[in-house]
Design a protein around this ligand. Structure first.
Ligand code: SF4
Length: 445
C-alpha cells in the first residue's frame, strides 16, 4: 500500500455510513492503509477511486493463478516478511517434474504417486498440486495430454516456444504456466503468454538479471509473471529469496514483486537432501517447489511444514456449529456435545466413528476454543450449553434425551440440567478422546 490513510480518505465517499463495518470513512481509510481492511468492504466507492486505490492497494507481490477448478493454485500475494506480523496468504505450491524422455514406467509411477499421495488432516486434504512437464525430445504434447487426462494437476509447461504451443493445445483449459522467458527468447515467449492469456516464468541469471527482464516484460503489458532466479546453489538462492522478499515488501520494488518458482529437483541427486532443500525453500520464500519425484517419506513432512507455516495464526481453526450424525443415529441414540475447536471436533468425531455406536454429536460455537479454554472464557458454561441444546434442533431428533458432557467440564452439569429441564438425563463423559470408544460401547453399545 503506497498511499497514507489521509490520501485514501480523500478518495472515499466521506458519508460515514458504516456499511464497511467501521463507523467512519476515516477509520476505514486508516485500516486500509494498515492492510487491515479490503477495499471491497466499502460498497460506495466510485469506479474512478476504485481504479486508483486498487492499484495502490495491490499486494507488493502479485498473486498469480494457475490450474482451474478445485485444484486451482494461487501463489504470491504476500504482504509481510514474517507470518507472525499478519499471516501468509497463498501456500507454496508443491509439484513434481516429468520429462517426455523418461521411461514410460517411471512417468507412470510419478503420475500415480501424484494422484495417490494425499492425506486428510483436521478436515483438510494435504497434497501436491502441480506437475511440471518438460520437453526433452520426446512426445511432449502426448505427455501433457496424459497428465491432463489422468490428473487434476495445475501445470507448468517447460520447453521452447514451439513445444509449448503444442502443449498449450492440449492443456489450455488448465491455465498452465509457461516456462521460461530468458534474455534470448523473451519476446517470443511474452507474445505467446499474452496471446494465450497464461502466466509466464521469467528466468534470469541471478536476482538483478531476472528482475530486469521481468520489469521489461511487465512494461510491455505482461501481468502474470513468475520468477526463476536461476540460482541452484542453496546458500546463494536462500539469500536471494530473502532479499527478493525484502525488496518487494519493505521497499515496494515492483520489478521483484512476483512469486518465485524453485527447483530442488535440479539441486541434488540425493532424494533426502533434495527434500531438505525443499524444506528450506518452503520456509523462505519459494512460491513453488518442484521435486524430482513424490515419495511418502519426504512429501508428508513437507506438506505438514507447509500446513503449519500457512495456517493463519490469528484465526482459530473452527468447525461449524451444528448437529453431526455419526454411525447413522436414531431417536434413541445418545447426544454427545463438544466445542467447535477443529482439533477437538476431529478427535471426538473420529473416536465416535471408531466406536461404531450410533451417536448424535452436537458441536457448539466457542469461537474455536477448546473445551477447557472455552469454559474458562465463559463460552462453554452451563447455561450457554443448555440453551444451545434447547435451540439446536436436537430435541426433534431424539425421543430418549441423554446428553453426554465432556469429562473436563463435569462442573457445569448442574447448570446444564437446570437449563435443559428434567426431560434430559445429563451424563458426564470421558475426559480424554481416547476413552470415548470404551465409554460408548459400555454404556450404549
Ligand atoms: S462503507 Fe464506505 S462510505 Fe460508508 S463509512 Fe465505510 S468507507 Fe465510508
Amino acid at each position: 500500500m503506497g498511499l497514507s490513510g489521509i490520501q485514501i480518505f480523500k478518495l472515499l465517499p466521506k458519508t460515514n455510513c458504516g456499511d464497511c463495518g467501521v463507523p467512519t470513512c476515516l477509520a476505514f481509510a486508516m485500516n486500509l492503509a494498515a492492510g487491515k481492511a479490503e477495499l471491497s468492504q466499502c460498497p460506495h466507492v466510485s469506479e474512478e477511486a476504485k481504479a486508483q486505490l486498487s492499484e495502490q492497494s495491490a499486494p507488493p507481490i502479485r498473486t498469480v493463478t494457475l490450474g482451474t477448478g478445485e485444484n486451482e493454485v494461487k501463489i504470491g500475494g504476500e504482504t509481510v516478511m514474517y507470518r507472525h506480523e499478519k499471516t501468509f496468504y497463498n501456500k507454496t505450491g508443491i509439484g513434481v517434474m516429468v520429462a517426455d524422455n523418461e521411461p514410460a514406467e517411471k512417468i507412470e509411477a510419478k503420475i500415480n504417486n501424484f494422484k495417490k499421495l494425499q492425506y486428510e488432516r483436521v478436515g483438510l486434504t494435504l497434497r501436491p498440486e502441480i506437475v511440471t512437464v518438460k520437453a526433452a525430445g520426446g512426445d511432449f504434447s502426448g505427455l501433457v495430454k496424459k497428465v491432463v487426462d489422468e490428473t487434476d494437476a495445475a501445470l507448468v509447461l517447460m520447453g521452447d516456444p514451439d513445444a509449448l504451443k503444442a502443449g498449450i493445445e492440449v492443456s489450455a483449459s488448465r491455465r498452465p504456466a509457461l516456462y521460461a522467458a530468458t534474455k534470448e527468447n523473451a519476446d517470443a515467449m511474452a507474445a505467446l503468454a499474452k496471446e494465450k492469456g497464461l502466466p509466464l516464468v521469467v528466468k534470469g541469471n541471478g536476482l538483478d538479471e531476472t528482475s530486469e527482464l521481468a520489469d521489461k516484460l511487465a512494461a510491455g503489458g505482461l501481468k502474470d509473471i513468475i520468477l526463476d532466479i536461476g540460482t541452484r546453489k542453496i546458500g546463494t538462492l536462500h539469500k536471494e529469496l530473502v532479499a527478493a522478499r525484502r525488496l518487494a515488501i519493505e521497499k515496494a520494488y515492483r520489478p521483484i514483486g512476483f512469486p518465485i518458482i524453485t527447483f530442488p529437483c535440479e539441486m541434488s541427486d540425493d532424494p533426502i537432501y533434495e527434500a531438505a532443500l525443499a524444506g528450506t525453500l518452503i520456509a523462505k520464500y519459494g512460491s513453488m517447489i518442484i521435486l524430482s519425484d513424490l515419495k511418502p517419506e519426504t512429501l508428508f513432512p513437507l506438506l505438514l511444514e507447509r500446513l503449519n507455516i500457512y495456517t493463519d495464526p490469528q484465526r482459530p481453526m473452527k468447525t461449524d456449529q451444528g448437529i453431526y450424525p455419526i454411525n447413522d443415529p436414531g431417536p434413541e441414540s445418545p447426544v454427545l456435545i463438544t466445542c467447535n475447536f477443529s482439533l477437538t471436533y476431529f478427535v471426538v468425531s473420529g473416536e465416535i466413528e471408531a466406536s461404531r455406536v450410533p451417536t448424535w454429536l452436537l458441536v457448539q460455537d466457542t469461537d474455536g476454543l477448546s473445551v477447557l479454554t472455552g469454559w474458562a472464557a465463559g463460552k462453554f458454561v452451563g447455561d450457554l450449553v443448555g440453551a444451545f441444546v434447547k435451540k439446536s434442533g436436537i430435541e426433534e431428533k431424539v425421543s430418549k434425551k441423554r446428553l453426554i458432557l465432556p469429562g473436563y467440564v463435569a462442573v457445569i452439569t448442574g447448570d446444564v440440567e437446570e437449563e435443559v429441564g428434567s426431560d434430559w438425563e445429563v451424563m458426564v463423559g470421558p475426559r480424554e478422546g481416547g476413552h470415548i470408544v470404551p465409554y460408548l460401547k459400555e454404556n450404549f453399545g
